[in-house]
Design a protein around this ligand. Structure first.
Ligand SMILES: *Cc1c(COP(=O)(O)O)cnc(C)c1O
Length: 431
């Protein structure tokens, strides 16, 4: 497989952009090698600048649940763009998308559109702090809620309960109100509530973790968070930027039947264009300006192109489509498990709906520590063996794979054929 043009472009890109990319994971640092420069996408396929074709399981990090350049989305965008790209004024399109989302998420009584998931979590937590008059936020180790300063926190060591900055440039004062607990560890959460009575404004959680690989909530975990937050007067914020419209029509909250106070959305609701949104109880959302005292604004928020692509995408998401996603993803997960076993490679495969990941380990994976302890070198080898065979996986063992509606039985079968060879390559070792 030739990557000459990608190599040339990557070399040049590194001279003008940090790491040659606009977002770090794209640089392939976790797997090594040269990121492919993408020329176009269609359906389940990505095409790179060297003319290679890949079956894509990244799907723009989960945004493209219909696959690339879906005709309905392209048509909606074409129609919208003729009417203008941005007005900085209310539109019918944004109202329609808001109503559509509220219909799917009963916990969302009111919603505000923003431009990214980062803005959604940052703003939702500002509302939570305003509503409770408390400062502290509890998040989980290995979660990703975007790159707002106060959410770039990692767990302190030992008995330290304060968050430590997870990035240079984040002053420790910015994260001193951010508490960090291991995912799936209710006792740790309960202990933090005991230790900081009446100080925790909100618990923010990915109801299915998707940024440490896919780690589902243990039975009772989300229910426990709901109970603890209620009991201690804190808000429960679901970050459904990935899971919203992904794991089912009503997101993870629909799947597990838990009602959070606030929800963050992004990715799928923009149909591949920049977007984010936060919403929830009307009394909380009415704290947001211009109704309430919480300031939050955006020049391009609710822009007509994102609204059009989002609406066109959500229109396609029928029960039949979710059923099909479920079946294809199950087929893929089962096939991968069988292929790994055949090659004698121990793996743990996690799947919730059409999001899944393959951990190279024999041990149980329940949180960031166990996800990080898996064999990353094996993942890197597997990744390249698949890429060479025309299958584009996330270039990191701690990112989710996404099956889209464009993946057919034939794509899955071809992926599994490649996987049987790739697992054998992993079993043989070496590079
Ligand atoms: C992608 C993601 C975000 C951030 O969204 P951006 O649009 O990249 O800012 C936040 N939370 C979760 C769970 C995500 O996966």
């Amino acid at each position: 497989m030739q990557a000459e043009r990608s190599e040339q472009l990557f070399a040049l890109a590194q001279t003008v952009m940090p790491g040659g990319v606009s977002s770090p994971v794209r640089a392939f640092r976790a797997v090594g090698g040269t990121p492919r420069f993408i020329a176009r996408g269609k359906g389940a396929y990505l095409y790179d600048v060297d003319g290679n074709r890949y079956i894509d399981y990244v799907g723009s990090w989960g945004a493209l649940i219909l696959g690339h350049a879906h005709p309905a989305v392209v048509r909606a965008l074409r129609e919208a763009i003729r009417r203008g790209t941005s007005f900085g004024a209310p539109t019918e399109a944004e109202l329609a998308l808001a109503l559509r989302i509220r219909e799917a998420f009963p916990s969302i009584e009111k919603i505000r559109f923003v431009n990214s998931g980062t803005e959604a979590t940052m703003s939702a937590l500002r509302v939570a702090r305003a509503a409770t008059g408390r400062s502290k936020i509890l998040q989980f180790e290995g979660a990703y809620h975007g790159h707002a300063d106060f959410l770039l926190a990692r767990a302190g060591s030992g008995l330290a309960t304060f968050g430590l900055p997870a990035s240079a440039g984040v002053p420790s004062a910015w994260v001193q109100d951010t508490l960090v607990a291991p995912y799936n560890d209710l006792e740790a959460v309960a202990a933090l509530f005991e230790r900081f009575p009446d100080q925790i404004a909100a618990v923010i959680v990915e109801p299915v973790a998707g940024n440490m690989g896919v780690v589902p909530p243990k039975p009772g975990f989300l229910e426990g968070l709901r109970d603890l937050t209620r009991r201690h007067g804190a808000l429960l914020v679901f970050d459904e930027v990935i899971t919203g419209f992904r794991v089912g029509p009503g997101g993870a909250q629909g799947l597990y039947e838990i009602k959070p106070d606030l929800t963050c959305l992004g990715k799928i609701i923009g149909g591949g264009l920049p977007i984010g949104a936060y919403g929830g109880r009307a009394d909380l959302m009415d704290l947001v300006a211009p109704v309430g005292p919480v300031y939050q604004a955006g020049t391009l928020s609710g822009n007509p192109l994102s609204m059009a692509a989002g609406r066109a995408t959500l229109e396609q998401l029928t029960p039949v489509l979710y059923q099909q996603l479920e079946e294809r993803a199950a087929q893929l997960a089962e096939g991968l498990r069988a292929a790994a076993e055949e090659a004698g490679v121990p793996v743990r495969i996690h799947r919730v709906g059409s999001m899944l990941s393959v951990f190279f380990t024999e041990a149980e994976v329940v949180d960031f520590a166990t996800a990080s302890a898996t064999d990353r070198a094996r993942y890197a080898r597997f990744f390249h063996a698949m890429l060479t065979r025309g299958v584009y996986l996330p270039p990191s063992p701690l990112e989710a794979w996404f099956v889209s509606a464009a993946h057919t039985d034939d794509h899955i079968a071809r992926t599994l054929r490649a996987a049987r060879e790739a697992f054998r390559e992993v079993a043989r070792g070496g590079v």
